[in-house]
Design a protein around this ligand. Structure first.
Ligand SMILES: NC(=O)c1ccc[n+]([C@@H]2O[C@H](COP(=O)([O-])OP(=O)(O)OC[C@H]3O[C@@H](n4cnc5c(N)ncnc54)[C@H](OP(=O)(O)O)[C@@H]3O)[C@@H](O)[C@H]2O)c1
Length: 201
């Protein structure tokens, strides 16, 4: 299984760091190109390589961790997806002087809009609810395991993402379809977004 990460900022690097800690190789890409990531990948750990976006996008599981305002541009010309999984770690909001401003989604789940844009991809929403620093830190916290929420309309894809989450040391809680994700997991508004939850045995 290969992993690609599109977006190498706070969240992309947090995901890559967890992959390195779990011994799972991953490629990571940004807007400026792989040479701009050389010192960053050295600090992320073994197995993490800088790549062009189109290379990272060929992985079996592709993370999208770019600003909402940039995702349309970031995925332009990528594919075909051929049933591969795309994990939407984005939050559909922009930051302004007055705080977070939700994007206009017409009442639809943000990940459904992402899925519309990526025909043939199996889109799963996950890795969006923790702040980057919490996501980057050891998921084995205080004797328990940190929780990541999963939602999407493709149940087998959700299960596959849950298995990856388990390999990374987190606990996956499957919320169900995109609409449940919109209500519970989506930021801003979802009550589980921003919650740093730890499950104890
Ligand atoms: N920060 C958090 O705590 C947090 C928590 C949960 C979810 N999120 C969500 O995660 C996503 C990323 O947030 P972030 O804080 O990691 O952002 P960030 O630190 O600003 O990083 C954004 C990354 O996206 C890349 N990028 C921008 N436009 C691109 C394009 N057109 N094509 C390819 N790559 C592009 C940037 O590349 P360059 O470096 O080359 O500019 C950069 O690597 C957002 O949707 C955010 O809502 C963030």
């Amino acid at each position: 299984m290969t992993i690609g990460i599109i977006g190498a900022g706070n969240i992309g690097q947090a995901i890559a760091k967890r992959m390195a800690s779990a011994g799972i190789p991953a490629s990571i890409a940004n807007n400026r190109g792989p040479s701009s990531l050389s010192s960053i990948v050295q600090n992320l750990g073994a197995g993490i390589t800088a790549a062009e976006i189109k290379v990272a996008a060929k992985a079996d599981i592709v993370f999208l961790s770019v600003p909402w305002s940039a995702y349309d541009d970031a995925v332009a010309g990528l594919g075909p997806w051929g049933g591969r999984i795309v994990i939407d770690a984005m939050n559909a909001a922009s930051v302004g002087p007055e705080g977070f401003r939700p994007a206009e989604l017409g009442g639809r789940p943000s990940s459904q809009l992402v899925a519309d844009r990526l025909p043939g991809a199996r889109v799963v929403k996950a890795f969006n609810t923790l702040q980057a620093a919490a996501l980057a830190s050891d998921p084995h916290a205080a004797g328990g395991r940190r929780v990541l929420f999963v939602s999407g309309d493709d149940a087998p894809a959700r299960q596959e993402v849950a298995r990856l989450i388990d390999r990374l040391g987190f606990v996956a809680i499957d919320l169900g379809d995109f609409e449940m994700g919109r209500r519970l997991q989506q930021f801003p508004g979802g009550p589980l977004a921003g919650i740093n939850m730890v499950q104890f045995p």
